[in-house]
Ligand binder design. Structure first.
Ligand SMILES: C[S@@+](CC[C@H](N)C(=O)[O-])C[C@H]1O[C@@H](n2cnc3c(N)ncnc32)[C@H](O)[C@@H]1O
Length: 278
């Protein structure tokens, strides 16, 4: 293997999306081999292609990202969202829709689950709640937008039957998200490493960013979580995956401990919340 060319390619990918293969160049090469063979490119030629042909990025992102997800993932967090966070926001946020963001949503099971829980709670209208669903991978966003999931799919492995029956239509193509939930969710491509330039993303009441930080190194996690903190409204809530640690990163979020789970809250302007682990 051409070590130097691979290192340089790994650096380019890291700078673009945070996925880091520096310590695992063999895996990077393995994942890209079919594409290199298809194009007849060496590693060095492929690196130059990425620099000069932006349309290659969605292809490399598709090859490198892991899009595992399913409905009703990590039920204890979802119970907190439905029974603690939403009621508090319904009381407090009255002049505008509650704004929820499922960042790195993959094929959409997470944002649709949040939509179903909101509808169950009596929040029916886009004027009352808006759920932004985003990912860097364009193919998974297309599946999310379609809202159709294969009947035998592992996406349903933890989904309560009552949610399936209430909010999904049994069609010949698969189970389809009903309009009552679909109209609350909008999909868009967002790279978590490019949040500085996205002013319109300010003011979320809840952000879910689960099971993606595990693919990043510490400086990237710090950069992403600092951006998420900035994009949260005062009093907003952040849900991360259980394996994600932000201890000692100097981010002034309050940890909320709940049965079998935890999540974070941003203080109001007059509150003095110490950084986690400081
Ligand atoms: C394992 S899935 C997690 C899906 C969902 N949040 C869940 O917990 O079930 C991780 C997702 O992160 C996305 N991802 C990876 N790097 C990203 C980046 N820099 N910006 C946005 N999304 C990214 C991948 O495309 C993938 O769909």
């Amino acid at each position: 293997m051409n070590q130097l060319a691979l290192q340089s390619l790994a650096q380019l990918i890291y700078d673009y999306c945070g996925l880091h293969f520096m310590q695992n160049l063999a895996m990077l090469e393995r994942k890209l081999t079919p594409r290199l063979a298809e194009l007849g490119h060496t590693i060095g030629e492929y690196r130059r292609r990425l620099e000069t042909a932006p349309e290659e990025w969605p292809i490399v992102i598709e090859l490198l990202t892991i899009n595992e997800t399913y409905f009703y993932r990590e039920e204890h967090q979802l119970e907190q969202f439905q029974h603690t966070v939403l009621p508090e926001l319904m009381q407090r946020v009255r002049e505008r829709p509650i704004r929820v963001w499922s960042a790195a949503c993959s094929t959409g099971e997470e944002p649709y689950t949040l939509g179903m829980l909101a509808v169950q709670k009596g929040i029916f209208l886009p004027e009352s709640i808006r759920i932004v669903a985003s990912d860097i991978n364009e193919r998974v966003l297309q599946i999310g937008r379609s809202g159709v999931y294969g009947k035998g799919s592992l996406s349903f492995r933890r989904m309560p039957k009552s949610l399936l029956e209430q909010y999904m239509e049994d069609t010949e193509w698969g189970f389809q998200i009903k309009d009552s939930v679909k109209k609350l969710v909008s999909f868009e491509k967002i790279n978590l490493l490019e949040l500085e330039s996205r002013k319109e993303l300010e003011g979320f009441d809840v952000i879910f960013c689960r099971n993606v930080l595990i693919y990043f190194d510490v400086p990237t996690i710090q950069k992403v979580v600092q951006s998420l903190y900035r994009l949260l409204s005062p009093g907003g809530y952040l849900f991360l995956g259980h394996a994600d640690s932000i201890i000692g990163m100097g981010i002034p979020l309050q940890t909320i401990n709940a049965p079998n789970t935890f999540y974070y809250k941003k203080g109001f302007e007059n509150e003095n919340i110490r950084s986690i682990g400081s």
